[in-house]
Design a protein around this ligand. Structure first.
Ligand code: URA
Length: 263
């Protein structure tokens, strides 16, 4: 049974209440608080709601409907806190908008990856469901985002993410402080590649597992900012801001489609 809170109860971490989110169905979830207002600017008129720890939130109006944009911070623990509190306030549809490192040759910087499932290389999701439980997207949101990606001629790829708790060893990066990668992760990039996974990032497995456990809808779209088949480097932020805006236009069209079709 889910908890219902009073309209004026403020959630401890995200600093939001049911009253502040009245009428909100969709939450757009970037990791970085610095991207919240950029996303809002690309989508419509907006008002900033709060900024506590890694959780910056704003309401943007799309087709006369308030849509929440709320940063999750990086990694499973902070995503889970955000999702717990937003679910308690009645939000039901979650759209992660992140960045990622591609591990398949066919995927290029600037492409979009739509993840329909995630390999659970996080720890947080195991506090909610055993590892046998799949981390999968909501099929209706996934279909909608794929349909619009096709129509808008986005360079996109659909498949599995490897969601790692760490940016360095779990994603088999050797350019870390010690340069040391545990035996269990050495050769793992090639192995995930052979198993058909598309990309590395740090949040989707937690989001999808909790989405399924809570009976709520979640999808994840990520902009490719690293091509791991070539190098460990991540593209400079100023070089991907144009690519980021293209992703937000695709996001807006997809949300409009979901609103119209009640997805
Ligand atoms: N985010 C990640 O977690 N890994 C990358 O390589 C790029 C973005």
């Amino acid at each position: 049974m889910s908890i219902i809170v009073a309209d004026d109860t403020i959630m401890y971490h995200i600093g939001l209440s049911r009253a502040m989110l009245s009428g909100v169905r969709y939450a757009i979830l970037p990791g970085d608080p610095g991207r919240v207002e950029k996303i809002c600017q690309a989508l419509g008129k907006y008002v900033v709601l709060n900024f506590n720890r890694e959780y910056k939130s704003a309401l943007v109006t799309i087709n006369a409907e308030p849509v929440l944009v709320c940063s999750t911070g990086m990694g499973g623990p902070s995503v889970a806190i955000c999702l717990e509190e937003l679910a308690t306030l009645g939000v039901e549809k979650f759209i992660r908008v992140g960045t990622t490192g591609a591990i398949q040759e066919k995927i290029s910087i600037g492409d979009i990856v739509i993840n329909t499932g995630a390999i659970r290389l996080d720890g947080t999701s195991t506090h909610y469901a055993p590892l046998e439980y799949p981390a999968i997207a909501d099929v209706y949101l996934a279909q909608a985002f794929i349909k619009i990606a096709k129509e808008e001629k986005v360079n996109f790829h659909v498949g599995l993410s490897v969601s790692s708790d760490t940016f360095w060893p779990g994603q088999e990066r050797y350019n870390s402080y010690t340069g040391y990668v545990l035996n269990k992760f050495r050769g793992s990039l090639k192995e995930w590649q052979a198993l058909g996974a598309l990309n590395y990032e740090m949040e989707t497995a937690t989001l999808f597992t909790l989405g399924q456990v809570f009976g709520l809808q979640a999808i994840s779209i990520c902009l490719v900012v690293a091509k791991r088949t070539d190098s460990e480097a991540v593209l400079e932020k100023n070089l991907w801001s144009k690519l980021e805006n293209q992703m937000y236009q695709y996001l807006k069209t997809s949300i409009c489609y979901c609103q119209k079709n009640n997805i």
